[in-house]
Design a protein around this ligand. Structure first.
Ligand code: PEP
Length: 244
């Protein structure tokens, strides 16, 4: 399947920096992968404009479970659709930790995204303590069971495996550990969704850089990458996309 290289810009950059970064990414070659950038909310409209007519898709980093209402500070899936987003990252470990998002909350948000025709990119991953305790696969299987709604596979939903301890740390699991976890995720997706689960993209995220991308992206059932820090420089992001 065609890989997806997604950039999670998190809470970084001015409006000018965001639009310059978007233009830089869009100016790169349309490599052998689909490209996606996910800017902070205030920059979505300008980045949407900067990407217009390009091969780079727009995504957001979260949405509320409700379509509208009295939810101060939140943003709804219809608003994201309206501004030109096609994807939305949900259940990132930073949101699970900073905002106490449970699997049930992530699932409700994913349902809201699907109702708008947005593709959810649902993040799962174990903590270091859970990995050391030998619980990594069970934790991730539990997150998948709790976070993915029924319509996920039919909508081409994306799963991102992001071990919490590998995010922004420069550390990555061994290639064998990444391959084992992605195989387990594939098995869980097929168990939940049948044949459709075999066609869903499973991204790896956690300290992906141009230097390690080729080895990671070559692993079985690794269908792309969710990139944080290295997505903030067009050259690095494009370097990762070029490693597909
Ligand atoms: C992320 O937070 O989604 C991520 C993968 O970050 P980094 O690439 O910086 O580890």
């Amino acid at each position: 399947m065609r890989p997806l290289i997604a950039g999670n810009w998190k809470m970084h950059g001015t409006l000018a920096e965001a639009t310059a970064l978007a233009r830089g990414v869009a100016a790169g070659p349309a490599a052998g992968a689909d490209l996606l950038v996910c800017p902070p909310f205030p920059h979505l409209a300008a980045v949407s404009e900067a990407l217009r007519g390009s091969h780079v898709a727009l995504g957001a980093q979260d949405c509320h479970a409700a379509a509208k209402g009295a939810h101060t500070g939140d943003v709804s899936a219809p608003m994201l659709k309206d501004v030109g987003a096609r994807f939305v990252i949900l259940g990132h470990s930073e949101r699970r930790a900073d905002h106490g998002e449970s699997d049930a909350v992530v699932k409700a948000k994913a349902e809201a995204a699907l109702a708008e025709g947005l593709v959810p990119v649902v993040c799962v991953g174990e903590s270091e303590a859970q990995r050391l305790a030998g619980e990594a696969e069970a934790v991730v299987a539990g997150q998948l069971a709790g976070s993915l709604p029924a319509g996920f596979a039919a909508a081409g939903g994306v799963v991102a495996y992001e071990p919490v301890w590998a995010i922004g740390t420069g550390r990555t699991p061994t290639e064998a550990d990444i391959a084992a976890m992605h195989a387990r995720i594939r098995a869980e997706l097929e168990r939940s969704f049948g044949e459709a689960g075999a066609a869903l993209r499973i991204l790896y995220g956690g300290s992906v850089k141009p230097g390690n991308a080729q080895a990671i992206l070559a692993l079985p059932h690794v269908d792309g990458a969710l990139v944080g820090g290295a997505s903030l420089k067009a050259e690095d992001f494009l370097g990762i996309a070029g490693a597909v």
